[in-house]
Design a protein around this ligand. Structure first.
Ligand code: ZN
Length: 217
């Protein structure tokens, strides 16, 4: 089995982030009329961001509670150079410093990444049962909460081979191959924190992030 990692922003103290999305379209769609689940508007490509924090802009930008993967042009260039597969990108339109509409002057262009690679969890091995699935929006109700899922297991034969992928049902949690870790290390891309995909659901008690220096020294 391949070695996979999931990644989130590292968010060392003082790292600028983007808690506010400015958009001409709704960020969230109306709740599902059938099951009342919250629905993120995944087709919303027309995004601008309000950035908070004064230090150098990170290559992987935290967006508060929004499940977006926003990376710098430096990241996209490195992915292209290394033939990374499993994503599409949409440029972030504008960066603002505040709600009054003051634009941030910077050389960094950010991109909103949609991850297209796919795999599925092995619910049987993980001892998880699907209680209900909404026939309208696909929302799944499991027999336990996600933080009780334990070790994540990818179902054999479901991984499509992409360098970047997500597991079905958890599309906001990006997973990658070791190639991504090597790129981040070699290109000195900032604000990425990688952990084994097995701890994907251990977000209440995350293990320490992988120390890239010890892997690639
Ligand atoms: Zn629904």
């Amino acid at each position: 089995m391949n070695d996979f990692y999931f990644f989130i922003t590292d968010n060392k103290r003082g790292t600028p982030y983007a808690p506010t999305i400015v958009s001409s379209n709704p960020i969230y769609l109306d709740n599902c009329p059938k099951c009342d689940a919250t629905r993120f508007n995944e087709n919303n490509r027309d995004l601008s961001l309000i950035i908070e924090g004064k230090r150098a802009l990170p290559d992987y930008l935290n967006c508060g509670h929004y499940s977006l993967c926003i990376v710098s042009d430096k990241v996209i260039e490195a992915w292209q150079k290394n033939n990374v597969t499993g994503y599409t990108v949409f440029p972030i339109k504008k960066l603002f410093t505040d709600k009054k509409g003051n634009e941030l002057s910077t050389n960094v262009q950010y991109f909103n990444v949609t991850i297209t690679g796919r795999a599925e969890l092995d619910y049987k091995q993980m001892n998880i049962k699907i209680k209900k699935q909404c026939s309208k929006c696909g929302y799944i109700e499991y027999n336990k909460d996600t933080w009780e899922f334990g070790t994540a297991v990818i179902k054999t034969g479901t991984y499509d081979g992409s360098d970047l992928f997500v597991v079905k049902g958890f599309e906001a949690m990006p997973i990658c191959t070791i190639k991504m870790l090597e790129i981040v290390y070699k290109e000195k891309l900032t604000n990425f924190a990688f952990r084994s995909y097995k701890s994907l659901f251990s977000y209440l008690h995350l293990p320490p992030a992988v120390d890239l220096k010890t892997i690639f020294k």
